[in-house]
Design a protein around this ligand. Structure first.
Ligand SMILES: O=C(O)c1ccc[n+]([C@@H]2O[C@H](COP(=O)([O-])O)[C@@H](O)[C@H]2O)c1
Ligand SMILES: Cc1cc2nc[nH]c2cc1C
Length: 372
């Protein structure tokens, strides 16, 4: 198997399974060294809370007690979806290519937040229903046969297995070609909360109604229509949905940007990059990757809990603890870019904070030895 070629489902499984675990259990000595470094900082034990857990995790991902972060990239994987023609979104499908142009013109939320937080932006056309002019921040990663979007999953599989594999391989290539050691994952695709909800249902067994949310802002009638539409997609893909085979489920129900994101997550983890996960749709990709290789979760920092109903439950299912809760439901990587300063702060804290010894601060509490 060449580094980027995923010719068969077996190639994918073999490559995914070969990912080393990056957690404390796999690296007990490093975990202890990182914890000792955190504990000697001038603060009550554990007082920096999640920031400490973040520093520990980044150290474990990089395999060092002195982690560093450089050249963060937010990658906005964009695609269109056949199921969007069924009226499952509050916005028209034309918005996907229009927003791609907006990203490239630096007018979108993610573009502005990325610039504010020192994060470079890359936009990836995984199957948008348009052909774009070349742009230095745009990577064309279309898959032959579905260059303008996946098929309508209410009529059969959204993608063939071969198309899903090609999309995964293209996501790998995007990460491989990128600088830095942190990727922030985002997406854009009108209708893509539908494949994400379908994947949640198929991968977790959660009742469909608890997976389906308002997305870009459906009203109650729209939500009811979306639920009925997604039930038809489940019925049209019953065998794949119930197969327990992550690739088959992804191909049947997922979209092209989700598939490319699966490749990007796995490739980033293989390169020991920190993966910052955005909202509901990027979580769908991580969940597919985790179904192939559960150890991938050790490389993932979950930026925020989206207002999309279903996200909180899915994060809990994955054992993920999101950093932020800001009622965001935008996608694009907006939550990931907002969380980025916290990762930077965690690493700087670990590097630069004085220790009790270096600052001459007492560690012993007077109360500790006092009579009760
Ligand atoms: O990231 C999220 O949690 C999220 C929640 C709701 C909507 N979105 C964005 O909105 C679009 C999908 O919503 P919809 O209603 O068209 O399925 C897509 O472009 C996503 O980036 C994203
Ligand atoms: C305007 C707009 C921007 C978006 N960004 C991500 N999803 C989106 C959906 C819409 C409708």
């Amino acid at each position: 198997m060449s580094p980027l070629n995923l010719a068969s489902p077996q190639d994918l499984q073999t490559w995914a399974s070969s990912l080393p675990a990056a957690d404390a259990q796999a690296q007990p000595e490093l975990a202890a060294a990182l914890q000792a470094r955190l504990d000697e900082k001038t603060k009550p034990l554990g007082a920096l809370g999640q920031l400490e857990r973040l520093a520990l995790q980044i150290g474990l991902i990089q395999g060092t007690s002195s982690p560093q972060l450089h050249a963060p990239q937010v990658m906005v994987f964009a695609a269109d979806h056949g199921i969007a023609r069924q009226g499952v979104s509050a916005y028209p499908v034309e918005v996907t290519p229009q927003m791609v142009r907006n990203f490239l013109a630096h007018g979108a939320a993610v573009s502005v937040l990325a610039r504010a937080n020192g994060v470079a932006q890359r936009v990836v056309d995984c199957g948008v229903a348009a052909d774009f002019e070349p742009h230095p921040e745009l990577t064309i990663a279309k898959v032959a046969g579905v260059a303008h979007g996946s098929a309508d999953s209410t009529q059969g599989p959204a993608l063939t297995l071969a198309q899903a594999l090609q999309a995964i391989a293209k996501g790998r290539a995007v990460v491989q070609a990128s600088p830095g050691n942190a990727v922030l994952l985002g997406e854009m695709g009108i209708g893509n909360t539908s494949p994400a909800a379908l994947l949640m249902h198929a991968l977790t067994g959660t009742p469909l109604a608890d997976c389906v949310g308002a997305g870009t802002g459906l009203d109650a009638a729209g939500l009811a229509r979306k639920q009925a539409t997604l039930a038809r997609a489940v019925a049209a893909n019953a065998a794949a949905a119930a197969s327990g085979d992550a690739l088959a489920v992804l191909a049947a129900l997922g979209g092209l940007e989700v598939a490319s994101l699966v490749g990007a997550v796995l490739q980033a983890a293989h390169e020991r990059r920190v993966v910052v996960v955005d909202g509901f749709i990027t979580t769908a990709a991580v969940a597919v990757a985790a179904a192939l290789a559960p150890q991938v979760l050790g490389y993932c920092v979950f930026a925020h809990c989206s207002a999309e109903s279903g996200h909180a439950r899915w994060l809990q299912r994955l054992g993920a603890r999101p950093l932020l809760q800001l009622d965001l439901r935008l996608g694009e990587g907006s939550g990931a870019t907002l969380a980025w300063p916290l990762l930077r702060a965690a690493v700087v804290m670990l590097a630069d904070m004085a220790s009790f010894a270096s600052a001459g601060v007492s560690t012993q509490s007077a109360a500790a030895g006092a009579p009760a």
